[in-house]
Design a protein around this ligand. Structure first.
Ligand code: ZN
Length: 78
């Protein structure tokens, strides 16, 4: 459940937890889709390609946190 509407990039908003005006800290997380793409790359291409989807932000969810109080603010899902 998202606390605040967030996009894939760090977002400027007021933290609902500490009420500070902050730019969110973004943590990119691998999703099931990331693993599927990695598996397909491994089957049809070669080993070095497997790490590609893990390096691409577009293949991962973006979790937003407050840099001030570390409160969880929301997730942008691909
Ligand atoms: Zn905060």
């Amino acid at each position: 459940m998202n606390v605040a509407p967030v996009g894939p990039e760090p977002t400027h908003l007021t933290c609902p937890s500490c009420h500070a005006s902050i730019v969110t800290r973004v943590d990119h997380k691998a999703t099931t889709k990331t693993h599927v793409i990695a598996l397909l790359l491994f089957l049809f291409l070669c080993w070095p390609c497997v790490c590609v989807p893990y390096c691409m932000d577009s293949c991962r969810n973006a979790d937003h946190y407050c840099p001030s109080c570390n409160a969880y603010l929301g997730t942008y899902q691909k």
